[in-house]
Design a protein. Structure first.
Length: 331
């Protein structure tokens, strides 16, 4: 059982401080109430939001919009608050679905930007391996996945998914998708900082812009937050049941904001291995896209190698993971 990790509504029980401020929504009335309550407490004239289906992944069921803080809250309707106006009917249709899905209303994270990286929104994908009850390993190759079109910092185009959704599954189907620019290793992404010698970069004072320092900061933050997450959830067996002699892969998504704080966005089951097809771990890129994960491990010190096999059981890759968390009960 893994629902406490992969459902966006349940993970809040264990990681509310690791995830951007969020609230569970079950109806259009819920959304209206949440936005009005926020406006009463907030002094900002406008707030940007993302609404996500609690049980969806791959960029499905995501809506971006703004809420305007009206002066007179007593007579304000939700239709007076939400921008763009075109989003209102989409939200009504989605939230009035008879399946009664659960949703997460979450504050929009504006990522840390630098001229060396261009103007595309991005997030970090970490491949995590959970083994037994419980050891957790992290793959060294953290990927940086970017949107296709430039981010709209004025938020005038929130309905444009190719500006605001960074998932590879959404972007790679577009005609303008560029694998080389939109799916890079963290090392390559950080190294771009060396190429910038001009002004205009807004950077947190508490964090170095040196490539090695930035890369180390992201790695350490991902490692620490991932270990913290699994440490909290491992004893909540109603929501996460780790079993001996079993393993599972997860794809954890993170984003760094303009202040330099790294946020956990979500945990994905059955992560796509296609984003690693250009990695040096892959012998046959074409076969690697559809590879099966097989329980063949090679342990060495604090590392474990997970072998991927094609449908004919031919070993296609060996992925090295490094131990980042071990429960007291696990040898």
């Amino acid at each position: 059982m893994r629902s406490g990790l992969i459902r966006k509504d349940l993970i809040l029980r264990f990681a509310s401080d690791l995830i951007p401020a969020s609230k569970v929504i079950t109806s259009f009335n819920d959304l209206e109430k949440a936005l009005k309550e926020h406006n009463l407490k907030c002094t900002n004239s406008e707030t940007n939001w993302v609404l996500k289906r609690a049980s969806s992944s791959n960029g499905v069921g995501i809506f971006f919009f703004s809420s305007i803080n009206a002066r007179d809250q007593s007579n304000t309707q939700l239709t007076d608050i939400i921008e763009p106006r075109s989003m209102i009917s989409l939200l009504q249709e989605e939230l009035n679905d008879t399946e009664k899905r659960r949703y997460i209303l979450q504050t929009y994270v504006t990522p840390l930007m630098h001229p060396a990286w261009g103007d595309r929104k991005y997030h970090f994908r970490a491949l995590v391996l959970a083994v037994g009850d419980l050891k957790v390993y992290l793959f060294d190759d953290i990927r940086v996945l970017s949107a296709t079109d430039p981010i709209d910092m004025d938020f005038d185009h929130l309905a444009d998914s190719l500006r605001h959704i960074t998932n590879q599954s959404v972007n790679e189907v577009g005609s303008r998708y560029c694998q080389k620019l939109q799916n890079r290793s963290l090392y390559e992404f950080a190294a771009e900082l060396n190429k910038w010698h001009g002004d205009g970069a807004k950077w947190p004072e508490t964090m170095s812009a040196a490539p090695h320092a930035f890369e180390s900061y992201i790695r350490n933050e991902i490692r620490n937050k991932t270990a913290m997450l699994f440490d909290r959830i491992r004893n909540e067996r109603r929501y996460f049941l780790a079993l001996s002699n079993c393993f599972e892969l997860f794809g954890l998504d993170f984003m760094i904001d303009q202040r330099g704080k790294l946020w956990l966005l979500e945990a994905n089951p059955d992560p796509s291995m296609a984003m690693y097809r250009d990695s040096n771990i892959c012998k046959n890129p074409a076969a690697f896209v559809d590879a099966n994960v097989k329980a063949e491990f090679e342990s060495q010190d604090q590392r474990i190698h997970l072998k991927l096999c094609t449908h004919d059981d031919k070993i296609d890759a060996s992925i090295p993971f490094k131990l980042i968390f071990s429960s007291k009960d696990e040898p």
